[in-house]
Design a protein around this ligand. Sequence first.
Ligand SMILES: *Cc1c(COP(=O)(O)O)cnc(C)c1O
Length: 436
Amino acid sequence: MKAAWNKIPALRDVMAAEETCWINPKQEPFDAVRESLPVNPAEVDDAAARLDRFAPLLMRLFPETAADGGRIESPLRELPALRERMNWREHVPAGRLFLKMDSDLAVAGSVKARGGIYEVLKHTEDLALEAGLLREDGDYATLADHRDFFAKYTVQVGSTGNLGLSIGIMSAALGYRAVVHMSADARQWKKDLLRQKGVVVREYAGDYGKAVEQGRALSDADPMSYFVDDEHSKNLFLGYAVAARRLAEQLRGQNVAVDEDHPLFVTIPCGVGGAPGGVAYGLKLLYGENVHVFFAEPVQCPCMLLGLATGEKDGVCVQDAGLTGITEADGLAVGRPSKLVCDVMERTLSGEFTVADGRLFDDLRALHATEKIFIEPSSCAAFAGYRGLVQFAAAQNYLEERGLAEKMEHAAHILWATGGRLVPQETRREYLAKRL
Ligand SMILES: *Cc1c(COP(=O)(O)O)cnc(C)c1O
């Protein structure tokens, strides 16, 4: 198996745990792919409509969402000072630079607020409709009055941390019994915060895959329990996919055109793949060939890169490539990619960048120093795609082959910040002081 891997230059770098760029040789025009994918646009419309129906309930349960009418949405911030500083120290691509601040999303403080909360709401709607507590055209805010009903049900999830926060906080707010199975990578403050909200936290010595496996088994044994399956869930995926249409409004608001002469480059940190995959799918539906989506993963944990580049999808894990799977980017510490997401991204993803842990902290500090924005280390993986466009020959070739090199002056770049708001002050100070 590994002999064949050696023929792919990026995989040689991957196995040496060096930063690299992999361009997806199977990428096709999105129009040629979209009909054959295991998700469809009507399902994203349906998810968006469901989130709208639930907005009154979210406003009631989480008053912080009231200003946005019960929408859980994040700002798009331009980063002129950071761009200038980076350009002065290293060469960066032409074009405007933005941060999509899912790091600040209400309720869960990470991108998981999209998929995780959506999936709990979908399950809640199913239960409530079946029990006759609700009609589809009824007032969803009244669901907050049925805690006794939801208390009979359990919601469980396996997580490296942030998915657990999102599922746990949302489930507990509705009155469910919530159980979060945490992998060894999960940060203590995330476990503490959940316990404080009344969520049961089970800890495992093994990695994320083990936590998911145990959680799934325990949940399957209980007919009143629902398992949020990060490795296979289409609902999570759809919750993430809704992000794109809302981003489109924000881009228009900042006078950013996305068309043949104005390419959009987006880099999203990737763990099991659900969050970046869902966001990527939504972006492709909107912008097709004019958006170039890259995922970013730690050098010791590039599971999606391995799954796609070898074609083996969830049949491969990072240990097969001689890697440890251990990283400071706790949200990305996933050794095996989601099959569903591999199937969607196989012919849609532009490529991948890998990033060394030390660089995450350097970028975390630079963003904080220049723009006064704090994001968690996992989020900082997104920088790899931005600097990687000029840093790697493979990326330069990608731009040249597609006639993009001369359009870069009119390009926009988005770093998708995936988490940060809930990180406690003391942990922030620790991260800001950390040098590897
Ligand atoms: C979960 C997470 C990701 C990646 O999402 P996946 O669905 O696991 O690919 C990225 N960044 C942060 C901060 C996360 O918590």
